[in-house]
Design a protein. Structure first.
Length: 108
């Protein structure tokens, strides 16, 4: 996925169907809600909690996509080029952490 194109897709959708962006605080609250839905699925499906019958049909991929959508909205409305920021972060992590995990005894 190209983040720059994804940001454009979200912006186009908002302008054509969403009327306008929710304000940043509302989107932050929505992001928290969506992450909570992801956490609920993970905790019940992969963690120690039992999964309720009503949660068994929840699509983790769809919930993760909801998180990405709101993150893209926040990037758009705050003027962040998420592709550039992501590329910068990956370069930083690649340099800073190039041997960190290979040398972590806990991961062997």
């Amino acid at each position: 996925m190209n983040l720059k194109n994804a940001q454009l897709d979200v912006d186009t959708w908002i302008k054509e169907h969403g009327v306008r962006y929710f304000n940043e605080l509302t989107n932050m609250a929505q992001l928290t809600e969506e992450v909570g839905e992801v956490a609920r699925i993970i905790a019940r499906r992969y963690g120690e909690q039992s999964e309720k019958e009503s949660d068994k049909n929840k699509d983790l991929g769809e919930e993760l996509a909801d998180v990405v959508f709101v993150v893209l909205c926040l990037a758009n409305q705050t003027g962040i080029d998420l592709q550039a920021s992501f590329d910068k972060k990956m370069a930083l992590k690649s340099e800073r952490d190039k041997d960190r995990h290979k040398n972590n005894e806990k991961l062997k």
